[in-house]
Design a protein around this ligand. Structure first.
Ligand code: PLP
Length: 394
């Protein structure tokens, strides 16, 4: 078996066949001086809205912008509480804090690593009291209103949206899906009786097109999807200094536009996304098969029957994760940890007063998870070597 290095992510090969189309995008931008906004951004927004089965898409500068603008647009204000999970990238909570709200957390399901709807119910029923006049849940300890929830579709697997949406309706919460890792993921909604696409279930959703994502730009980019025309229009203002037309500022906004060249690149890449997601799914099934029968000591990713994930990451769980990561690194195999520090224990959030043990499921998972190489183009030989090295280490 070859001892060639296996990268965690290969972003070179995937772009090789696209270079001519990318050059065309650059030529269009240069020949029209269309660097900001314009047809390439609009074209991508239309295509991505259609891909997500959503009515509107607003291209923005990053996934973080998308979360921040969506939260502001749904009405989250300074002093509110927005509930999310502790095992996400810090952008989720940064966006919440940057609206002036306070992030609070509920624990995750130990098999899916996504928000546990039962824990969300417990939080809303036990830690909050319902004010029927204000039609709001107020957090008992801080007296703050709880106004929104951000389920994160982590690793490309959707959160269990039916019960989350039911709770949100019951407690008058806005729902912003953090779909930054879940372009094209599907959820079977029993309520609707059909499959729904990530980004089409909440009041709005945020996507990141950071280069390593399933749909990645060649730089920074993001988007908001929503079915609500008014929300889409406010997000459109927020990304562009609140301008309805040049120098007419209806509100104060941000510089958070999607670059036209990135819009053009993304439009090219979006045509391949279904095929790339299918390849990731095949890679995941192959890993599962290669590990099957020898699973003592490792926990494989779990996909509930209502989920069709897009395997942004393939995450194993083992008792001594650090040892396994070192062994794989010595064998030339790249891995990642998503994420090593649960956010309630991050230094940045010391001031919120959380303690170890507050969210035990997320804390234990954070110490045991390891993301294996996963990208379209990962070969059978590469996967076989990864699995052989993992099994040898046990
Ligand atoms: C779950 C999650 N939320 C938010 C973000 C933020 O996206 P961006 O890096 O494009 O700002 C990311 C991407 O890194 C992410 O993985």
């Amino acid at each position: 078996m070859s001892d060639e290095k296996i990268p965690f992510l290969d972003l070179v090969t995937v772009h090789r066949g696209l270079q001519d189309e990318f050059v065309d995008v650059l030529k269009t931008a240069l020949s029209t001086a269309g660097f900001i906004g314009g047809p390439m951004v609009k074209g991508f927004e239309e295509d991505f809205a259609q891909f997500c089965e959503s009515r509107f898409c607003v291209g923005v500068g990053s996934g973080t912008d998308a979360l921040r603008f969506a939260l502001i647009a749904v009405g989250v204000r300074s002093g509110d509480i927005v509930v999310t999970v502790p095992n996400t990238f810090i952008a989720t909570t940064e966006a919440i804090s940057q609206t002036g709200a306070r992030p609070d957390f509920v624990d995750i399901d130990e098999r899916t690593y996504n928000m546990d709807p039962g824990k969300l119910r417990q939080y809303l029923e036990k830690e909050c009291s319902w004010d029927s006049g204000a039609k709001r849940a107020f957090h008992k300890q801080t007296g703050r209103p709880v106004t929104a929830v951000v389920p994160v579709h982590l690793y490309g697997q959707m959160a269990d949206m039916d019960p989350i949406l039911d709770l949100a309706a019951q407690f008058n919460l806005k729902v912003i899906e953090d779909a930054c890792q879940a372009h094209g993921a599907k959820y079977f909604s029993k309520k609707i009786g059909g499959w729904k696409t990530a980004g089409s279930m909440g009041h709005a959703a945020a996507f990141s097109f950071y280069p390593g994502k399933n749909l990645g730009a060649c730089g920074e980019a993001g988007a908001i999807t929503t079915d609500d025309e008014q929300l889409a229009s406010v997000c459109g203002l927020l990304r562009d200094h609140g301008q309805s037309k040049k120098y007419f500022h209806d509100i104060e906004g941000y510089n958070g536009r999607l670059d036209a060249i990135q819009g053009g690149f993304l439009q090219v890449k979006l045509r391949h996304l279904k095929k790339w997601n299918d390849e990731r799914g095949e890679n995941a099934s192959r890993y599962n098969k290669l590990f099957a029968g020898s699973r003592v000591g490792i926990i494989l990713p779990y996909e509930p029957e209502w989920s069709r994930g897009v395997y942004h990451l393939y995450v194993l769980r083992v008792a001594d994760r650090n040892r396994l990561q070192t062994i794989l690194a010595t064998a030339g195999i790249g891995t990642g940890i998503h994420y090593p520090i649960v956010l309630h224990l991050a230094k940045a959030y010391e001031g919120l007063g959380f303690r170890p043990g507050d969210f035990p499921v997320a804390e234990l998972a954070a110490s045991q998870i390891l993301s294996l190489p996963m990208f379209p183009g990962l070969s059978v030989e590469q996967q076989t070597r990864v699995v052989t090295e993992v099994l040898k280490s046990l």
